[in-house]
Design a protein around this ligand. Structure first.
Ligand SMILES: NC(=O)c1ccc[n+]([C@@H]2O[C@H](COP(=O)([O-])OP(=O)(O)OC[C@H]3O[C@@H](n4cnc5c(N)ncnc54)[C@H](O)[C@@H]3O)[C@@H](O)[C@H]2O)c1
Length: 319
């Protein structure tokens, strides 16, 4: 039985995307009314089709670079393409989505006195000189490179969140999300986990950029969503930024080998030059999340990869 006294009206921008669709699912399961807003740039109706029959779920096609007038209690601002090939497709629109999108959602939150959470990113640390990255680190970001539309857009969005908090006493939460993977990732977005799995399932050559010695930390989507929901539920004085990710670090080559093993693939490895501004090392320090949210990832890499492989097997019809 739904408990109306605890139920909230929650807006999820970018709700038809990879993370957004899992977040909508989780919020519905918690008994909330969910309004999913998306312009379907990278998100799809397939990601949320199974939710459309739920009376408590509502879908609105809308671009967050334009103002939005709705009545909700909480806002999760996830709208923004996250994969380099997607955010570099129209870099001006990417910056607009982060910056105008933040201004519009913060303006909405201010008007209706809603709590608002920003899906920021580990990319605000750029190519970090501090390892692992703590929230105090200011980052090492190229302001004029190919990735800057995303990195600087997200940094500016954080600035706006903190200024709305200081200037207008808005209840904000900023999560710095590190690499997350799982079912509903885009099959062709060039990100390592999805890319390697699709190539492995098709027995195609697996593309490794550089020597594959660059490290990444991979968080399973269910863990990440739990972190976002816990952060939203913290007392008003917990505003972040809070790193959310899995501190288990591995090289890209190790990940590729693991995926080949789990899929039983016959794929070989091919090496290509590193893209510009590709970070060498990325690993979250999650002490703050552990202490302030009582959160840490609990899904092991093999378990998470297996669920993701099963999803892609179904999607691309590979055996
Ligand atoms: N997946 C990760 O590993 C990761 C890591 C760090 C940060 N993040 C952040 O989390 C959020 C979600 O990422 P994701 O991996 O689910 O990406 P995604 O591309 O799957 O989802 C983004 C969603 O936003 C929508 N969108 C884009 N521009 C929009 C606009 N102007 N108006 C309305 N909707 C718009 C897209 O259609 C899509 O549904 C992003 O803000 C991203 O920066 C993700």
């Amino acid at each position: 039985m739904r408990n109306y006294s605890l139920s909230k009206r929650v807006l999820v921008t970018g709700g038809a995307g990879f993370l957004g669709s899992h977040l909508c699912e989780r919020l519905l399961a918690l008994g909330h009314d969910v309004l999913c807003v998306d312009n379907f740039f990278t998100g799809t109706k397939d990601n949320i089709g199974h939710l459309l029959g739920d009376w408590h779920f509502e879908l609105m096609r809308h671009d967050v670079t334009f103002p939005l007038y709705v009545e909700v209690d909480e806002i999760y601002n996830l709208a923004c393409p996250a994969a380099p090939i997607h955010y570099q497709f129209d870099p001006v629109q990417t910056t607009k989505t982060s910056v105008h999108g933040a201004i519009n959602m913060l303006g909405l939150a201010k008007r209706i006195k809603a709590r608002i959470l920003q899906a920021s990113t580990s990319e605000v640390y750029g190519d970090p000189k501090v390892h692992p990255q703590t929230e105090e680190y200011w980052g090492n970001v190229n302001p004029i490179g190919l990735r800057s539309c995303y990195d600087e857009g997200k940094r500016c969005a954080e600035t706006l969140f903190f200024d709305y908090h200081r200037q207008h006493k808005l209840a904000i939460k900023v999560a710095r999300i590190f690499n997350t993977y799982g079912p509903r990732m885009h099959p062709n977005d060039g990100r390592v986990v999805s890319g390697f799995i699709v190539q492995a399932l098709r027995n195609d050559p697996i593309t490794i950029f550089g020597e594959g010695t660059q490290t990444r930390s991979f968080c399973y989507v269910d863990d990440l969503i739990e972190g976002l929901v816990k952060l939203m539920a913290t007392p008003e004085d917990v505003i972040g930024p809070v790193n959310l990710g899995n501190p288990g670090e591995m090289t890209v080559l190790e990940l590729a080998r693991r995926i080949v093993e789990l899929t039983g693939s016959r794929s070989r490895f091919v090496h290509k030059p590193l893209p510009s501004d590709d970070p060498v090392q990325r690993q979250p320090d999650i002490r703050l999340a552990r202490q302030a949210l009582g959160w840490e990832p609990s899904t092991g890499l093999d378990a998470g990869l297996q669920r993701t492989i099963d999803y892609f097997r179904g999607r691309i019809g590979a055996s």
